[in-house]
Design a protein around this ligand. Structure first.
Ligand code: IMP
Length: 199
């Protein structure tokens, strides 16, 4: 039987993306979703937020498990805002608000960041980070994805916004995938080490 690993998230887009990737890349892992509410903390970095969130369910979720925290950073004009405030900004002014703040400026550099906080069976925490660099489009385009996808153009797909990509196309380059690939690399090397010890 495979090792069960729990992904604590209420976001079905994230769960689909991440579980598919993990189950096809590391042999013998089965990803289970927990929608347990994670406590939020307002902090200056995604790592701090992720650490707080992952610890908030320590007594109720059996390890190994992980959480993922992401943010949208508008680099020049907004000095990284909304960043750790991305959820709140999405709920209040939305991506339309970001378009208004930027107006027609040509300083439109932005990026997505994803931080995975993973707790192993000995309750040790590890962080894995992924980034996708790009820019804020002049107007929203596209219907797929979620959050700030309609206004973000990645350097990897410069003619379409994230919301104009298919789920497969976005998942192949996303910040979340890049963080997940680091977790996958770690799990694979851990597996190889324990296999060579038992040989
Ligand atoms: P969360 O706290 O990790 O769920 O992410 C904070 C906010 O960042 C979400 O409410 C989304 O608006 C935004 N966000 C995170 N990941 C993505 C993404 O892949 N595309 C678009 N927006 C995202």
């Amino acid at each position: 039987m495979g090792t069960k690993i729990t992904f604590v998230t209420g976001n079905k887009h994230k769960f689909e993306e991440v579980s598919k990737l993990l189950e096809t890349s590391v042999e013998g892992y089965e990803v289970i979703q927990s929608t347990k509410e994670l406590s939020e903390l307002q902090a200056d970095s995604l790592e701090e937020v992720a650490k707080f969130k992952v610890n908030s369910v320590k007594t109720v979720i059996k390890p190994p498990y992980f959480i993922e925290d992401a943010g949208f950073f508008v680099d020049d004009v907004c000095k990284g805002f909304p960043g750790v405030y991305s959820s709140y900004v999405m709920k209040t002014i939305g991506y339309e608000g970001i378009l208004k703040i930027l107006g027609s400026t040509d300083q439109r550099k932005a990026h997505f960041e994803s931080v995975i906080a993973y707790i192993d069976e000995y309750y040790q925490i590890r962080f894995f980070k992924g980034i996708n660099e790009g820019a804020v489009e002049l107007e929203a385009r596209g219907k797929s994805g979620f959050g700030f996808d309609p206004i973000f153009i990645s350097k990897d797909t410069p003619d379409r916004t994230f919301a104009e990509l298919t789920m497969e196309e976005k998942n192949a380059i996303s910040h979340r995938r890049r963080a997940m690939m680091k977790l996958i690399e770690f799990l694979n090397s851990k597996k190889n080490k324990s296999q060579s010890r038992s040989n």
